[in-house]
Design a protein around this ligand. Structure first.
Ligand code: NDP
Ligand code: OXD
Length: 313
């Protein structure tokens, strides 16, 4: 059985070795012998070149090497086979670390204290209690729910927004377009963990930012986006920061990645930039899960974490 490994932006060799180590009995192919290679049964991909999958006549399923699948669905010529994504404790824990880190840094006045230290200023800032602050998690799925649980352990109030109205104990949940305004009005710190779909593209715009709570215990609302860059209007974010509609932002994802050197986001004093590093896909942790999925599929068992192409995630 042959598996095509098609990755750009990740190191293919590490994934090759991890997939081999997880199950040495399969052939892993980095480049198909020919475009319509009939020996390929499965494709394991991250940002595969468009068109590469549609030519494979015996392809049975496609596996994303990350939680998101927008990089796969961007290929308009995809064959009609199931697509599965990654849901894994390792990836989830990494994202929750990022969310907790950024929430705590904004909450505990990290930016102000770093500035003070640079100027040797000894000045204690007003510090609210975690219970006075609501973190709104936009995209209340596998990642959002875990982050919510960890933030609740720290004492924060948590709100969640989803499409279908998912609930979780102790979390105020909202859904759909009707639930969006009350959700935003309840959020002091907005954490975006949405997938990029036709419905969510550009959702973090001037209108959305204007609906965030103005008077917050921190002095203004904070935006943290680790979902996808194309969810956000970066001009609107910069404008909201400059007009104090937004107090601070942590951005891990950008409309163009790598973030161009000319982007004003790099040097903006209220913006904290990370290079799409919130939750990396670790080959040693994730390759065994992909191989288990393939083994299950071969035994005729259903695949887990399937993508609904109509909703785009
Ligand atoms: P899930 O599919 O588990 O969760 C997605 C959530 O978004 C669900 O709650 C879903 O609602 C909600 N949602 C989707 N569309 C809408 C909509 N139109 N309106 C309201 N809510 C919506 O995904 P994960 O939690 O596993 O991952 C989320 C995203 O995080 C990924 O798609 C990826 O883009 C990003 N990511 C970023 C990483 C990074 O390093 N920066 C690393 C890993 C992931 P419902 O519950 O009703 O289905
Ligand atoms: C993912 C990512 O989707 O790393 O997993 O962005």
């Amino acid at each position: 059985m042959s598996i095509l490994l098609s990755v750009t932006g990740f190191d293919p060799q590490r994934w090759y070795e991890a997939l081999k180590a997880a199950d040495p009995s399969h052939t892993i192919v980095l480049q198909p012998g020919r475009a319509d290679d009939p020996s390929i049964d499965y494709a394991v991909v991250w940002k595969q070149p468009p068109g590469i999958l549609s030519a494979l006549p015996n392809l049975k399923a496609i596996f994303s090497l990350g939680a998101g699948v927008d990089h796969i669905l961007a290929d308009r010529s995809l064959p009609d086979v199931p697509i599965a994504r990654i849901v894994a404790d390792d990836l989830t824990a990494r994202m929750s670390e990022y969310v907790v880190w950024r929430v705590l840094d904004h909450f505990r006045r990290g930016r102000a204290y770093r500035q003070q230290q640079a100027q040797r200023i000894w000045h204690e800032r007003m510090q609210p209690a975690a219970r006075e602050v609501t973190v709104g998690i936009m995209g209340f799925g596998a990642l959002g729910q875990d982050a919510a649980e960890k933030l609740r352990t720290l004492g924060f109030q948590v709100a969640g927004w989803s499409r279908s109205g998912r609930t979780a104990p102790g979390v105020a949940t909202y859904s759909g377009s009707d639930g969006l305004s009350p959700f935003l009005a309840a959020s002091d710190i907005l954490v975006v963990l949405l997938p990029l779909t036709a419905e969510t593209r550009g959702i973090i715009d001037a209108d959305l930012l204007s609906k965030l709570k103005r008077q917050t215990p921190l002095g203004g609302p904070v935006l943290i986006n680790a979902g996808r860059g194309a969810l956000q209007d970066e001009v609107a974010i910069l404008d909201a920061l400059d007009r104090d509609i937004l107090m601070e932002a942590s951005l891990d994802v950008f409309t163009v990645e790598p973030l161009p050197a000319a982007s004003p986001l790099w040097a903006h004093p209220k913006v904290f930039v990370t290079p799409h590093a919130a939750a990396v896909s670790d080959p040693e942790q994730l390759a065994p899960l992909v191989m288990q999925q393939i083994a299950a599929h071969q035994r005729g068992e259903p695949l887990k974490h399937l993508v609904d192409r109509a909703s785009g995630y």
